[in-house]
Design a protein around this ligand. Sequence first.
Ligand code: NAG
Length: 284
Amino acid sequence: MWRVWWVVVGALTLVVVEAAKLNEKQTKPRCQDMEGRQRKVCYERNRGYTALMYAIDRNTTEVFDILLRAGSIVNAVSAKGLTPLYLAVDLGNEYIVDKLLQKGADPNTVSTTGVTPLHAATYWGHQNVVEFLLEKGADPNLQEKDGFSVLHKAVYYNFPSIVDIFIEKGSRVDSQNKKGHTALIHAAEGGHTVLVDKLLKAKANPNLQDTSGKTALHWAVLKQEKEVVRSLLKACADLTIQDNRGRTVKDLAKVVRVKNKDEDLKKKVEIIKLLADHNVASCS
Ligand SMILES: *[C@@H]1O[C@H](CO)[C@@H](O)[C@H](O)[C@H]1NC(C)=O
C-alpha cells in the first residue's frame, strides 16, 4: 500500500518540477537579457493591468491591434504606475511603441517606482525607441527617483550613440543624482574614455563633487583608469580639490589598493607620474 503512495507522490513531484521548468523556459527570456540583467516589469507584473497591457506583455501584435482599434485607453496606469507605452518600450517593440505614440500615449509618465519610458529605452539601449520618444516630446531631462537622468543612464550603461542624442537634444550635462554623481563621474568611474571625451566636449564641468566630495578625477584615480585621468587633466580638472576625507587626487593616487600586483602596480605608478608631471599652464 505505502509503495503505491510513494509512486504517486513521486510522479506528482516530477510533474510539478517539469511544469515549473517549462514555465521558467517560457518566461525567462523576457525577464532577463543576455547579460542576466532583470527586466523591471517582471517584478511588477500584472498588478492592475488592463487587457491592453496583458496583450503588450505577450509581445505580439494581433491582440494588441484589435484592442487598440476597439478603443482601449492608451494612457491607462497599472497599480505600480506602469503604462502600456512603458511596457512596449521595455520589450523594445518598435511597432507597438509607434502605434501607442500615434494614439497619444504620454511619453513623460513617471511610474510610482520612479521609472519612465525614456529611461527604460535607454537602459536597454533601444536607440530607435529613444528617438521616437524624443520626437513625440519626451523630456531629455527626466529624472528617476534617485535623481538619475536619462543621460546618466546612457552613460552608466555605456551607449555612446544614445549619449550623443541626449546631448544634442539638450540634456543638462552637469545634472547630479541624489549621490551627487554627474554623468562625467559615471563615465570616469566606469572607465568609458570615449564618453568622458564626449561629455567634456559638451562642456561638462570636471570639478563637480559628489556627496563623498569626490570629483570625476578622484574616481578615475580610484578606479585606476589612466586614459580617463589623461582626458580630465587635458580638460583642466582641478588637482587641489579635496574629498570629504581631505584627500586630493594626488593623495588618493598613492593610497589606492591594487589587486593584480604587476599590471595594477604599473598603472598606479603611471597615474602618480601623470599627476605629478601635469602642467596646469598646458591645459585648455
Ligand atoms: C518583442 O518583439 C519585438 C518585435 O518582434 C522584438 O524585436 C523584441 O526583441 C521582442 N522583445 C523581447 C524581449 O523578446
